[in-house]
Write a protein that binds this ligand. Structure first.
Ligand SMILES: *Cc1c(COP(=O)(O)O)cnc(C)c1O
Length: 488
């Protein structure tokens, strides 16, 4: 076996493809129209010469986009261990249900008596999410996790206003996802950073020191982005409540604790879930997603409307109450994503707990198999993801970026890197429950091979990726000076 054939990554028939502007050929056309039988007339405001669009045939266009599609990588292609993103396999039964004509042709303006099936899906999904979180009411309107956070912070703000409070700050741990401070800021709150303790979780003391009469509450991700369970959360919630604040739960990592942790009982007042992460919708390309929000009784009057309710066995739409924060989305949310989540929850049922168990087991297996070759900054028990660093590779001039690029040459999508920000050179691995032992072993072998090459052949890692169509790009330049047209 050659060195390369040890890994699933190959380069064989991946075809190069230029920009459409480079491919175009003056006079080519992608349509066959009959000879015009009317005199030509100029089209007001449309000068063919100045559109700048390339001239292409149908086959040019089809090959262009088909080739580009083969450059893509998704969870259907291979393991996708992006920490915090829960890139689990999305069962195809979900797609089959979402494609049923009665669902995909349902019209949001159709009256309730003609929409009972779709409304039943919404109602049952809300009920299931309340049961999973231990909270009491739900809105499915938000389109993403970040949108759910915005909704939740607006609910907290509306509750404070109703009490006659104006509070100006929101506590946010230093391990939080960047969307947390952004959501707080959108509602006018100043984000106050809470340092996590030496073992990577929040301490009640740190919260007690910062929580004052000007803090609207705290946003806590549980388990946090280090994959650690925030075991002081009940005590923290008690302190926050005592001082007149509310507790926001970022539920993006719910995949680790489904059926195991009752967030309502722990003291969370409102939390979002990423249905596209935990409850399996393909994601990563910018949506659509669904950031369902569950709340406890104190926040229920403020929820967006209309809300679905059951009356004498029929489902009806109930207009938003007088205290509602208003609509967050046209109609009722991303119905296709809600339907996939419903299918996923109904397919697994009580086995959702098993999914969490396997997600935790897989992450801990990787952790155990790599801890001798990569530094593990928080070695204590963790849940569904594990965070390593490049500290052991640094003396050889090999960085987290080189390790990530080396994985690409070995046929594995890199994990999340340089996040969470509290870990220098972080490599954050979340395998999810859907990887088999064989696939995990393949990934571990690739990571161990990279650790070995860091010592014996660092140059090969600096040159990675060598097998991709495009090598290393200037990522900062791409973000700062994006070229969005063909004019280079
Ligand atoms: C993914 C994620 C979010 C944001 O969710 P989106 O659906 O991407 O908007 C928020 N917090 C955490 C911890 C996440 O992992």
């Amino acid at each position: 076996m050659s060195e390369q054939s040890r890994w699933p990554g190959m380069s064989g028939l991946v075809l190069a493809e230029p920009l459409l502007w480079e491919k175009g050929c003056p006079g080519r056309i992608g349509a066959s129209l009959p000879e015009s039988d009317v005199p030509a007339a100029p089209l007001e405001g449309f000068e063919r010469e100045t559109t700048g669009l390339p001239d292409l045939s149908e086959v040019d266009v089809v090959r262009h986009f088909t080739r580009l599609s083969t450059w893509n990588f998704g969870v259907d292609t291979g393991m996708y261990p992006l920490g915090s993103c829960t890139m689990k396999y999305n069962p195809k039964i979900n797609e089959k249900l979402a494609a049923l004509p009665a669902f995909c042709n349902a019209h949001p303006l159709a009256p309730a008596q003609l929409s009972q099936g779709a409304m039943r899906i919404i109602h049952e999904t809300e009920q299931a999410l309340c049961e999973i979180t231990g909270l009491t009411a739900c809105t499915l309107q938000p389109s993403a996790g970040a949108h759910g956070e915005l909704t939740g912070i607006m609910l907290i703000q509306a509750w404070h206003r109703a009490q006659g409070h104006t509070r100006t700050k929101m506590l946010i741990p230093d391990t939080a996802h960047g969307t947390n401070p952004a959501s707080a800021a959108l509602c006018g709150y100043a984000a106050v950073k809470v340092p996590s303790g030496p073992d990577g979780i929040l301490t009640a003391e740190a919260v007690a020191e910062l929580m004052d009469e000007d803090c609207a509450g705290i946003m806590v991700t549980n388990p946090n982005t280090l994959g650690l369970f925030e075991s002081n959360l009940a005590e923290i919630a008690r302190i926050v409540h005592e001082r007149g604040g509310l507790v926001y739960g970022d539920g993006a990592n719910l995949n680790a604790i489904m059926g195991y942790a009752d967030l309502g009982r722990i003291g969370v007042d409102v939390m979002h879930m990423n249905l596209h992460k935990t409850f399996s919708t393909p994601h990563g390309g910018g949506g659509p997603g669904s950031g369902a929000v569950c709340v406890g009784p104190v926040l229920e009057p403020f929820l967006p409307g209309p809300r679905v309710a059951e009356e004498d066995g029929r489902l009806v739409w109930k207009a938003a109450g007088p205290q509602s924060i208003g609509r967050l989305h046209p109609f009722y949310g991303q119905f296709g994503v809600i339907l996939r989540a419903w299918a996923y929850i109904r397919t697994l049922g009580p086995a959702l707990k098993r999914a969490s168990e396997l997600a935790v087991l897989n992450a801990n297996y990787i952790k155990a198999q790599l801890r001798d070759v990569y530094e593990l900054p928080y070695p204590q028990a963790s849940l569904h993801e594990c965070v390593f660093t490049d500290k052991k590779q640094e003396p050889f001039g090999v960085s987290t970026m080189d390790i990530a690029k080396g994985l690409i040459d070995r046929g594995y999508h890199p994990p999340t890197i340089y996040f969470p920000l509290v870990v220098h050179g972080a490599i954050m691995i979340e395998p999810t429950e859907t990887e088999s032992l064989g696939d995990l072993d393949g990934f571990i072998a690739a990571m161990r091979d990279i650790a070995e090459k860091a010592e014996s052949d660092a140059a090969s890692l600096h040159a990675a990726p060598r097998l991709t169509t495009v090598g290393r790009v200037d990522e900062v330049g791409a973000a700062r000076k994006p070229v969005l047209t063909g004019d280079m």
